[in-house]
Design a protein around this ligand. Structure first.
Ligand code: PHE
Length: 339
């Protein structure tokens, strides 16, 4: 029996050596190790082996079975490897890959807007919106801007035939919000488009983007305005950013300020850059809002508020040293791929 096993092993290994595909290997397995295979047949002869030889015969049987199985596995792996190699024949796997369409990114304006909105939301402001086609009331009258104000001139503003206009600023959302809220405080961020009949050049477009902020409640002070803006601009431009308030005039705030931030451009001396307008809500605005609401939720004797507004395009330009605002709307991938 021992000799027979040696012979079977030798035969099996020769057959495997000659096998060139999966089917041939399977045939070898069936012939030797299968239910009716010759090795299997020998193992059923074990019961006739004399007791003193059983141990040796059993060990031999296992040894031969394992030798054949492992030779089958080795052969299978070799055939698989040959197949894999053949399937990539002629392909130089060391060549650099072909660039695809590339991974996209958010537009730089969207990025700045999201950063600004996120920062203000952390301070308790919520998003608000209003229409881009606006009434004169919401854009001007309620914002204490008299009929003879230059912004109301047809040369500066796009009017529709019905007397409505494309909003010249997002401050109209202040009015829209205060007219509809149920209660105080009012604490909103309103990003959105604004329109002016400007000559288009490196710093002007007829459509641009603003971000408006309004906080109204009992006891809102100028200190709240300063603190909010300082935190805000440090978040946008970095923790060392200095912020300066310069007295100014807006019809709907009193007092009013322009805000400058001090920014260092690489290799240049730090400069003050005008970045936003702001002020304490003029009591005349509250009176106008109460008029359309028909109540006195915004009692000018009791309630105060601050507002600020800024151009998001300008913010993006300053942040990324963009020298021409038109890049923001050209949709040239060579420009956009930088963000
Ligand atoms: N609406 C003003 C502008 O467009 C900015 C501003 C907003 C000023 C809020 C004061 C308060 O220039």
């Amino acid at each position: 029996m021992l000799a027979q096993l040696d012979t079977l092993r030798a035969e099996a290994l020769i057959a495997l050596g000659a096998a060139t595909d999966e089917t041939a290997i399977e045939t070898v397995r069936v012939n030797y190790l299968g239910k009716k295979g010759s090795v299997t047949a020998l193992s059923s002869g074990m019961r006739d082996v004399p007791v003193d030889q059983k141990k040796e015969a059993g060990a031999k049987l296992n040894e031969v079975r394992e030798a054949i199985s492992s030779a089958i596995e080795t052969k299978q792996a070799a055939i698989q490897h040959a197949k894999d190699t053949a399937s990539v024949a002629g392909i130089d796997v060391t060549l650099p890959g072909r660039p695809g369409n590339g991974v996209g990114a958010l537009h730089p304006l969207t990025q700045v807007r999201d950063l600004a909105v996120r920062t203000l939301r952390r301070m308790g402001f919520t998003l608000a919106e209003g229409p881009e086609i606006e009434t004169e009331w919401h854009c001007f009258d309620a914002l204490n801007t008299p009929a003879d104000h230059p912004a109301r001139n047809e040369k500066d503003t796009f009017y529709l035939a019905d007397g409505r206009l494309l909003r010249t600023h997002t401050s109209s959302v202040q009015i829209r919000t205060m007219e509809t809220v149920k209660d105080l405080p009012v604490r909103i961020i309103a990003p959105g488009a604004a329109y002016r009949r400007d000559e288009i050049d490196a710093t002007h477009l007829s459509v641009f983007n603003q971000l408006e902020c309004l906080y109204v409640d009992k006891g809102v002070s100028l200190a709240d305005l300063k603190g909010t803006l300082e935190v805000f601009f440090r978040e946008i431009f970095g923790p060392q950013t200095a912020v300066r308030f310069r007295p100014h005039f807006f019809p709907f705030t009193e007092p009013s300020f322009e805000i400058d931030v001090k920014l260092e451009a690489k290799g240049k001396e730090a400069r003050w850059i005008e970045i936003a307008g702001c002020g304490m809500v003029d009591p005349a605005v509250f009176t106008a809002v109460n008029g359309s609401r028909g109540d006195v939720l915004f009692d000018p004797e009791e309630i105060t508020g601050f507002a600020f507004g800024m151009g998001l395009d300008r913010l993006a330009m300053i942040l990324h040293s963009i020298t021409d605002i038109r890049h923001l709307i050209d949709n040239d991938v060579r420009f956009l791929a930088q963000f």
